[in-house]
Write a protein that binds this ligand. Structure first.
Ligand code: GDP
Length: 472
């Protein structure tokens, strides 16, 4: 409000105080108060309802089936840590050169396209792991057509292998299995086939529907065959796109380069993107100034399934943001501005997560029924004891739920769970990892650490009775 009226924040706060309202700098005023305060400064207010996000999302054109042309598959590599995802991506990037072209791809642009010996193309997303895959999905971007699940044949199907399989299945993305490290003396791909069969995943050479290939990402053995199997699997999907329309696609990554400004990697998904086109991604818009392929070569246009790194944005759009081309630059600008405004408003209005200090206040206004808690501790006995005692604090008005309890450091995934379920985290004789601590700050998750179980219980009880002493 102070910005809009071009007065200092202190003036607005004093005005509120003179009207009998004690306010703080980041407090939201209701419409009526806003009008009264604005009047004090000689302004009339008009309250405009924010437009909903749908208003700034352009309608997708329906593609004429006659205009669809085959496009190359977009592939993500997933699997357990150390099973060889990075090695596989590196090998393909370095060794797989387009016939007649010397040298591999030295550039890292987040995605690359290779031509394989049967003349077909594959686009790889160069960020291995299901976390990246799921983070993209969480932003509404489903760009992967196929997943390669890498499993080290000298190891077993591991927890993250299962997670990767679950994530791919949840997204409905077909899988091709790569049994890696077959050069190692202890490698036993049949053991892996058997473990997969135990999970109802039967590979082709065992009469099932899943293609699998034994490879060595280190020596390059079997990789040609793996790539061929990917193209076979892709053929079944009959992937098509219309290259002859205004382009759309997804932001893969963006970074600030000292010399060149913001460098953004886009994956074109339909239409053809050309230098000079106007595009919007998230709350940014620009005219495409220059484009480069994964080999660092300047290009003028990029069609479906083609990754490009481009210059032009004056900020960094988020990975997973959709980009859309506009014929009318003014329209592009409007849309980007509207989105920025929306983001700002949503930022201010974003719901703060629950904290122990907040409980008393919410109790007082009577909108509090449940308290979700995540319990982490150093040993099983204390986790159980603490969780039990916390559960027993439930009263007629507040139900205490322990939504997750386990032994160990407070991790990123604990914080994400707390954020998704509006929970507080209680740690007994454990601390958050440094990344979890940062994430908790960002997500505004209340982490409480104790070394005495009694203290933990008493503090939560006090909060529930609205009697928590302020933190010093
Ligand atoms: P990621 O964590 O899944 O990305 O795994 P990396 O690609 O980083 O590989 C983990 C380790 O396994 C590295 O030391 C690699 O050199 C090694 N490695 C990967 N593939 C092979 C392989 O085919 N054979 C052998 N012997 N070692 C491999």
């Amino acid at each position: 409000l102070a910005n809009m009226m071009d007065v200092s924040v202190n003036d607005v706060i004093s005005a509120c105080m003179s009207l009998g309202m004690m306010v703080s700098i980041n407090q939201r005023l209701d419409a009526e108060t806003l009008s009264i305060v604005a009047e004090e400064f000689g302004y009339q207010t008009e309250i405009v309802k924010p437009e909903i996000e749908e208003d700034v999302v352009p309608e997708e054109e329906e593609d004429d089936p006659d205009k669809l042309e085959p496009r190359s598959p977009i592939v993500t590599v997933m699997g357990h840590v150390d099973h060889g995802k990075t090695s596989l991506l590196d090998y393909i990037r370095k060794e797989n050169v387009i016939a007649g072209e010397a040298g591999g791809i030295t550039q890292h642009i987040g995605a690359y396209n290779v031509e394989i010996s049967n003349g077909k193309h594959i686009t790889f997303l160069d960020t291995p792991g299901h976390e990246a895959f799921t983070a993209m999905r969480a932003r509404g971007a489903q760009i992967t057509d196929l997943a390669i699940i890498v499993i080290a044949a000298d190891d077993s199907v591991m927890p993250q292998t299962k997670e990767a399989i679950n994530h791919a299945q949840a997204a409905g993305v077909p899988m091709v299995f790569a049994f890696n490290k077959i050069d190692k003396p202890g490698a036993n791909a049949d053991k892996i086939r058997e473990e997969l069969a135990g999970m109802d995943i039967l590979v082709e050479d065992w009469g099932g529907k899943f293609q699998a290939q034994e490879i060595s990402a280190k020596k390059g053995e079997g990789i040609e065959d793996l790539l061929e199997k990917i193209t076979l699997e892709a053929d079944i999907l009959e992937l098509k796109a219309n290259p002859d329309r205004t382009s759309t696609g997804t932001v893969i990554e963006a970074e600030l380069d000292k010399g060149r400004g913001y460098v953004t990697t886009l994956l074109v998904q339909s239409g053809t993107l050309e230098v000079g086109d106007t595009i919007v991604a998230g709350s940014h818009y620009c005219k495409v100034r220059a484009m480069f392929d994964e080999r660092g070569q300047k290009i003028e246009k990029a069609g479906p399934s083609q990754p490009v790194s481009m210059l032009g944005f004056n900020g960094a759009p988020n990975a997973g943001d959709r980009f859309v081309e506009y014929k009318d630059e003014r329209e592009a600008k409007n849309i980007a501005n509207k989105r920025e405004q929306l983001q700002r408003e949503q930022g201010i209005r974003s719901q703060k997560h629950i904290t122990l200090d907040e409980i008393g206040r919410r109790l007082a206004i009577g909108d509090f029924q449940e308290l979700n808690i995540i319990v982490k501790g150093d040993v099983d006995g204390s986790v159980e004891a603490l969780a039990d005692s916390l559960l027993k604090l439930s009263t007629d008005t507040i139900q205490v739920n322990v939504i997750h309890k386990s032994v160990g450091q407070i991790s990123d995934s604990d914080v994400l769970l707390a954020s998704a379920s509006d929970a507080i985290i209680v740690g007994f004789q454990v601390r958050p990892s440094s990344t979890a601590r940062k994430l908790a700050e960002k997500e505004e998750i209340d982490i409480r650490l104790y070394s005495v179980i009694y203290d933990a219980i008493e503090e939560v009880r006090a909060a529930m009775e609205g009697m928590l002493k302020p933190k010093v």
